[in-house]
Write a protein that binds this ligand. Structure first.
Ligand SMILES: [Zn+2]
Length: 225
């Protein structure tokens, strides 16, 4: 995975969902009567808009980790699972919270800013899921590789991450110790875009690794509108 592209994708996604929130707040200001029906409809609008943003970005995140430009069938399943989880989270957590804020004071919606910015976490997890899929393709080819959990140098880490930051000889071994990629549900950690742990899945053979580094596959980032 190209780490600078991963960071760029996270920044783009965070900017997108915050701009969706800002647009929605402008709509809220134009409402003249905040009836229970109106607040529920507004909260659902925000949830729907954020779900659309996820549809635009989740596949790209997976492809970035995978390093290919087309999605294999197992990739579709993984991306769809994350989209469904995201929709459930928006419906069951964000909508009630937004309804509560609107009922309390529709002119003070600032608590939503921080909450919505945290919704970039699945993109980070999906980049790791894509890397895992690449490891699976190495398994199928019988190619030796290693999985490296990297800690970002620049940030404070959540407590769960430093013990995981080492090299694993296979994806199965990695899953045994870590549960899943950084920020995924299975990893059972607090890792996310703030911590910025990342996975490198790379051939063990240094010649192959160098060949891979020098090739420049088409970046899936160009698919983001
Ligand atoms: Zn972390």
């Amino acid at each position: 995975m190209n780490r600078s592209e991963a960071l760029r994708l996270i920044d783009q996604y965070t900017a997108r969902i915050l701009s969706t929130l800002a647009r929605w707040k402008r709509r809220v200001k134009k409402v003249t009567r905040y009836t229970p029906f109106a607040t529920q409809a507004l909260a659902t609008d925000l949830s729907d808009d954020l779900a659309h943003d996820a549809e635009d970005f989740f596949t790209v995140a997976f492809l970035l980790g995978l390093g290919f430009t087309t999605l294999p069938p197992t990739g579709h399943q993984i991306v769809n699972r994350y989209l469904a989880l995201n929709r459930g989270f928006l419906s069951h957590r964000l909508v009630p919270y937004t309804t509560h804020l609107l009922a309390r004071d529709p002119l003070n919606l600032s608590p939503l800013d921080h909450r919505v910015s945290l919704y970039s976490q699945p993109v980070w997890a999906l980049i790791g899921e894509g890397s895992g899929q690449r490891a699976r393709s190495y398994d199928l080819q019988g190619q030796d590789y290693q999985v490296i959990w990297h800690l970002d140098d620049l940030v404070d880490h959540c407590a769960t991450c430093p013990p995981k930051a080492r090299t694993y000889p296979s994806w199965n071994d990695f899953l045994l110790h870590c549960g899943g990629p950084p920020g995924s549900l299975e990893a059972d950690d607090d890792c996310g875009p703030g911590c910025r742990c990342w996975l490198e899945v790379t051939p063990s053979n240094p010649v192959l690794r160098a060949a891979l580094m020098s090739s420049s596959p088409t970046s899936p980032l160009r698919y983001v509108r």
